[in-house]
Ligand binder design. Structure first.
Ligand code: ATP
Ligand code: LTN
Length: 333
């Protein structure tokens, strides 16, 4: 029977230890989407080198990131799981797309502006063209839907612009993708500077909770989370960023609505809010951690999953690339 399921593509960089932001904003939804879509999930290690990485650490983290995908419940029987650098078509399409992207478009990307400010000693052209590589990832697999956190919305919009331009210039080639952003958990904020998105590459480890953090570490980081001096628990992300972030984490982990979550804490203080949030985060992460420890010690299984995923991804990527090279006149036929 013809496969009529819509296709999903998404990726996470192995640029640090994955956080609850990565889990609640992205991974958790990846798991849920597996039954209704044909899902392709990627460890985007080529994106990670836009920031300086230790080669041995990058190699290890790429495997660990894949083990986290599996531990969260992504199944190699249902989804294609692979590593970006194993499929050379990503760089091939990246170059073609770079030649179809305007400087002004890339210059508008806020992630580039943020990352150049944070890495002023290494503002490289890869960091600048990062969103074009991301667009290439998505278009290469002809994805209909891209599940990401809210911070990636602008990159998906750029991907859509590049897709439409390419199709108009060279004839129908790529599927036009749409973003899929969760209602709750799309933007988990830093525990130390709650106006900023929680990020795994934050230099301050108290700013984020890692998926693999031990329970006592989770409790400690949440106890230190920045709140305010109002003393009343209410959801108001613009003015009460810290408390609202703790409420969002609670709502995302328990599956409760924000109204219900706020009600759950009526009349309570920040101390008990932090303790309860720590409990639900530990409950959410414990089964994932147990599964991770099992998978990471089975390197043979992990390599088999990656080999199989690479093979399936490669077949799709090659098909698209043949089409693209023909359209732009880079083949010899
Ligand atoms: P880095 O800090 O290295 O740039 P990151 O922690 O921002 O990385 P990515 O690998 O760039 O994470 O993102 C992977 C996925 O996780 C993306 O879909 C992104 O939108 C989502 N994500 C990352 N951080 C958060 C967050 N704080 N809240 C919700 N979703 C997030
Ligand atoms: N830029 C993304 C990671 C990423 C991605 C992708 C996400 C690279 N390629 C393709 C979705 C689809 C980020 O989360 N920072």
């Amino acid at each position: 029977m013809e496969n009529t399921k819509k296709r999903i593509f998404s990726g996470i960089q192995p640029s640090g230890n994955l956080t609850i932001g990565n889990y609640l904003g992205a991974l958790r939804n990846w798991v849920q989407l597996q039954d209704d879509y044909e899902c392709i999930y990627c460890v985007v290690n080529m994106h990670a080198i836009t920031v300086r990485q230790d080669p041995a650490v990058l190699r290890r983290r790429s495997l660990e990131t894949m083990a986290i995908f599996l531990a969260c419940g992504i199944s190699p029987e249902k989804s294609i799981l692979f590593i970006q650098s194993h499929i050379p078509e990503h760089t091939m399409l990246n170059w073609v797309m770079c030649c179809n992207t305007y400087m002004g478009e890339a210059q508008r990307m806020t992630q580039f502006k943020d990352k150049s400010a944070r890495h002023a000693d290494n503002i490289n052209t890869g960091l600048f063209t990062y969103p074009v590589l991301m667009a290439s990832d998505i278009l290469l697999y002809q994805a209909d839907l891209v599940p990401v956190g809210a911070d990636q919305k602008q990159h998906i919009e750029l991907t859509r612009d590049l897709c439409t331009r390419f199709n108009n210039t060279y004839g129908e080639t790529f599927v036009l993708p749409e973003p899929y952003i969760p209602k709750i958990g799309a933007r988990i904020m830093s525990l130390q500077e709650p106006q900023k998105t929680m990020s795994k590459s934050d230099p301050n480890p108290n700013a984020f909770i890692c998926i693999l953090d031990e329970p006592d570490v989770i409790v400690r980081k949440l106890k230190r989370a920045v709140t305010d001096s109002e003393g009343v628990i209410a959801y108001d992300p613009d003015n009460r960023a810290g408390v609202s972030n703790l409420l969002s984490i609670y709502a995302a982990c328990t599956g409760k609505s924000m109204d219900q979550s706020v009600k759950d804490f009526e009349g309570q203080g920040y101390g008990s809010l932090k303790n309860t949030v720590a409990d639900v985060v530990v409950d959410t992460l414990s089964p994932i951690q147990a599964e991770y420890n099992r998978i990471i010690s089975d390197k043979e299984y992990l390599s088999k999953v990656i080999e199989e995923g690479d093979r399936k991804a490669s077949a799709i990527a090659q098909r698209t690339m043949r089409k693209v090279y023909h359209k732009v006149g880079l083949d010899s036929k």
